[in-house]
Design a protein around this ligand. Sequence first.
Ligand SMILES: *[C@@H]1O[C@H](CO)[C@@H](O)[C@H](O)[C@H]1NC(C)=O
Ligand SMILES: *[C@@H]1O[C@H](CO)[C@@H](O)[C@H](O)[C@H]1NC(C)=O
Ligand SMILES: *[C@@H]1O[C@H](CO)[C@@H](O)[C@H](O)[C@H]1NC(C)=O
Ligand SMILES: *[C@@H]1O[C@H](CO)[C@@H](O)[C@H](O)[C@H]1NC(C)=O
Length: 220
Amino acid sequence: RGSAGLVPLCLHVLAIAFALEVSVGKTNTVMALNNSNVLLPCIFTTCIGFQDLDFTWYFNLTEMVGCSLIYHGKIKSKASEPILVERNPRVEFVGSTTGKDNNISIVLKNVEFSDAGRYTCHVKNPKEKKAQHNATIILTVVQESKLVEADNTVTLIIVGIVGGLIGLLILFMLVKRVVLFIIKKTQDGKKECLVSSSGNDNTENGLAGSKAEQKAPPKA
Ligand SMILES: *[C@@H]1O[C@H](CO)[C@@H](O)[C@H](O)[C@H]1NC(C)=O
Ligand SMILES: *[C@@H]1O[C@H](CO)[C@@H](O)[C@H](O)[C@H]1NC(C)=O
Ligand SMILES: *[C@@H]1O[C@H](CO)[C@@H](O)[C@H](O)[C@H]1NC(C)=O
Ligand SMILES: *[C@@H]1O[C@H](CO)[C@@H](O)[C@H](O)[C@H]1NC(C)=O
């Protein structure tokens, strides 16, 4: 395991670029989770078409040292899909060259931390005299647990908020029930009082009335 997974297979002498265009897309960086599979995109365009085109993917390519080939394919013509020449067992070709784009993307499987670095997609088209070009994408590998942790935190926050809201709702409903119960009880009580004391109503009113009358005079 480790960097030994991407064994250097060759040392290519790479010349100057001409009409051929190679691109890894708008962003030249890609992030992958430890142990996941990552797409390394690359397409090429050529004005005059191609024949027996060579494409190679390198890991951490430098002028002379650390030249590490991870995929090498050949394409006979626009009408055919690439033929595998050699590859790292963890690298899989996922592109297609018979469609609109000449897609020569690869997938790197079971990404390890030692896989972080520069991935160079290099194309050589014999039809365009010595035309060759390259594009590089930078891979960063992040620890799964960190994303999972962040995920868990977010989940916990969401669960907390939802749980809190449900709790509040239940509490509110309980309080409402209790309040309604109390109101009902007091109203029932009042009714009972009114009903049971209906006989005394007159005397009470009379008393209250007489009391009010009694209270009024001192001021006058
Ligand atoms: C990377 O992933 C593997 C498999 O999921 C795990 O065993 C290993 O501990 C991870 N490495 C780090 C540094 O998290
Ligand atoms: C190239 O092919 C891969 C795999 O099918 C796809 O995910 C990617 O989007 C393609 N890239 C372009 C630029 O078409
Ligand atoms: C690849 O290059 C990156 C910097 O571009 C470096 O951090 C990393 O250690 C290199 N990996 C290997 C296996 O040489
Ligand atoms: C990659 O392409 C650039 C031009 O875009 C060129 O200057 C450079 O020499 C090329 N490198 C390799 C290794 O082919």
